[in-house]
Structure formats: C-alpha cells, structure tokens
Write a protein that binds this ligand. Structure first.
Ligand SMILES: Nc1ncnc2c1ncn2[C@@H]1O[C@H](COP(=O)(O)OP(=O)(O)OP(=O)(O)O)[C@@H](O)[C@H]1O
Ligand SMILES: [Mg+2]
Length: 311
C-alpha cells in the first residue's frame, strides 16, 4: 500500500481538488484507493464528493485517532457511489466527522504526537491511500507526514507560495527527524490556479519553483468544470472525462502510480510503548463503564480516596 499526502500549509492552493482528482484517477486506472479527509473543514467529503459527515455516535477517524474507538479501519470507510472505476479498482473515503477540530488539541496532548494516523491505517487493504491535509503545519499534517511515503504539493505561482514552500520543507525535515522515519519522497509540485495567458510575474514565480530541483508535474488549468463537478459531488474525471483538467489528473496519477510499481520504502510504524497514558485512561474509563450498573460514576470515584483532614 502506497500512502500519498497532499500537503501545503497555504490555504486555498488546490489541495482538496488535487487529492480528489488524483484518488479518482487512480481508481479509474483500476487501483483500489482510499481517500482520507484529514482536514477538519471536511471539504473533500462534503463539498467535492457530496458525502455526508459521519453521525456523532458512529465510529469516526477522530475517535480512532484518539483511541476512543479501536475497531478495524474498514468500519470507518464509505464507498463513493458515483465515480468511474477501472476493473479491479475501488474509490473509498474516510469522511470527516464531528470532533475533527477538537482533535488537534487532543492529539497535541499525546506524549509522542505523530504516529496515530499510521497506526489507524496500517492494516488497510488498498493499493493507494491519499490524504487531504489541512492548510496548517499542525499535528494532523505531522501525522500525515509520519505515515506517508510521498507528497504531492499544489502551488500557485506567486511570491508567497515560494516562501510557503520553504516553510513546508523545513517542516518535512523536522518530522523526518523527530519521528525517525525514512526521507519523504517528493512526487512533485503541481502548479495551478493561474490564468492563461500567464503573466510575467507568474512566469517568474514558476521559474523559481523549478529551482527547488523537484519534479514539476502537469499543472491543473483553471476551469469552471472543477466547480461544476464538485457541485454534482463527483470527481472531474467522471463528470467531464474529456477535459484538460481530467487529463492532468490522469497524468499525475500515473506519476504517483509509477512509484507504486517501484515499491517505495515504507515508514516503519514503531511498536507501542509499554505504558501509554491514553491507553491507561481508556482502560480506567472502560473499567468504570463495566462497573457502572446504571448510575454514572465520575472517573475520580475510582481513584483512591485520601481521608479528609479533621476540621
Ligand atoms: N483548476 C481549478 N479551476 C477552477 N477552480 C479551482 C481549480 N482548482 C481548485 N479550484 C477551486 O479553488 C478553491 C480552492 O481549492 P481547494 O479547496 O482544492 O484548495 P485547498 O488548498 O484544499 O483549500 P484549503 O486550504 O482551504 O483546504 C475551491 O473552491 C476549488 O473548487
Ligand atoms: Mg482543502
């Protein structure tokens, strides 16, 4: 299974469009694909694929990441019902859920933030996992970077994007070092969201992007068809298969899939530590629920009581 994160902390640069487009194009190639909506905004789930958010009482990615729920990853998955799928392929989604925003605060409390997502997905049975990251260098993005084999980075050709890229590469180095994982593969930069004919200003920025020495993949041309596809809740490869946008996603999917054929080095998910504070809390709370014959006891009812000092 090959894991690809679509990442850029800069907002509105086309991460979600690229995640959905690449995932759908891989499924069209006959690959089994799971798209993970890791952005608390939930745009991939709701705005682009027309799927509902997970109901509050159901198993969810937010609960799995904080170990409030420990079932198999398959129970988090829904199939996208209206995409073109090649023979043997699949297009499944782990949708957004309530609790995704709050999750950032709760994940930050883990002693070693970083490996929670890798643990949740490690037994998933797909050819490709595509992770749509939030527009932030936060603990969710760090989780994606810890788990991932490679990254796709959508960029707009302007000065602020060049600075954003420098910050992103600092963060990649930081995550590689702190979680102790092999180097993250750069599948490439994906330029987009600029008008034709291209201005001198945008051309200068595009040229500067090339100086990063990274592969530059086909750009995604601006087109209202992207918004129309989203309004219909289907990927553009299904909604308008003949368009230049659909073709660009196919070429990007081909580039990602080529690494699959070559078998990238996986990050090794470390074994759990002997004592994990979150497991301890979960066990205490399970014991509380088990012993609770109707009356909801407070967690500290189970704690040893100190005698009250005499008054
Ligand atoms: N090629 C395109 N042509 C026209 N509109 C596009 C194209 N690509 C993306 N858009 C639109 O631009 C907006 C931003 O794109 P998208 O949501 O993919 O960016 P993002 O980086 O995921 O944003 P965020 O940082 O908020 O998660 C969306 O409304 C999307 O429909
Ligand atoms: Mg997005």
């Amino acid at each position: 299974m090959q894991i690809t994160s679509v990442v850029n902390q800069k907002g509105g640069v086309g991460k979600t469009s690229l995640s959905v487009g690449t995932a759908a194009a891989l499924a069209e190639r006959g690959r089994r694909v799971l798209l993970i909506d890791l952005d608390p905004q939930g745009h991939a789930t709701t705005e682009m694929l027309g799927l509902p958010e997970v109901p509050p009482q159901a198993p969810s990615l937010a609960k799995a990441l904080t170990k409030m729920w420990k079932g198999p990853v398959e129970e988090l998955v829904v199939s996208h019902p209206r995409s073109n799928i090649g023979r043997g392929g699949a297009f499944d989604v782990i949708p957004t859920s309530p609790g995704m925003f709050d999750l950032i605060r709760r994940l930050d409390q883990f002693r070693v933030p970083g490996w929670q997502l890798a643990r949740v997905v490690q037994f998933a049975n797909y050819d490709h996992l595509i992770i749509d990251c939030p527009p932030a260098l936060d603990v969710l993005t760090n989780n994606a970077l810890a788990a991932t084999h490679g990254i796709l980075v959508p960029v707009q050709p302007d000065r602020t994007s060049i600075r954003a890229l420098r910050l992103l590469y600092d963060q990649l180095a930081y995550v590689e070092q702190t979680v102790g994982r092999p180097p993250i593969i750069h599948y490439g930069l994906v330029p987009g969201l600029y008008r034709r004919p291209i201005s001198h200003y945008a051309m200068a920025a595009l040229n500067e992007l090339h100086t990063f020495g990274l592969p530059v993949l086909p750009h995604i041309p601006l087109g209202v068809v992207m918004n129309e596809a989203a309004a219909n809740g289907v990927p553009v490869t299904t909604f308008a298969p003949e368009t230049i946008q659909a073709e660009a996603f196919r070429q990007i999917a081909h580039a990602v899939d080529t690494y699959h054929a070559n078998g990238p080095a996986p990050a090794v998910v470390p074994a759990e530590q002997d004592f994990v504070f979150e497991d301890f809390i979960t066990d205490v709370s399970d014991a509380r629920n088990h012993n609770d014959n109707g009356a909801r006891k407070k967690l500290y009812d189970l704690m040893p009581k100190r005698p009250r000092p005499p008054r």
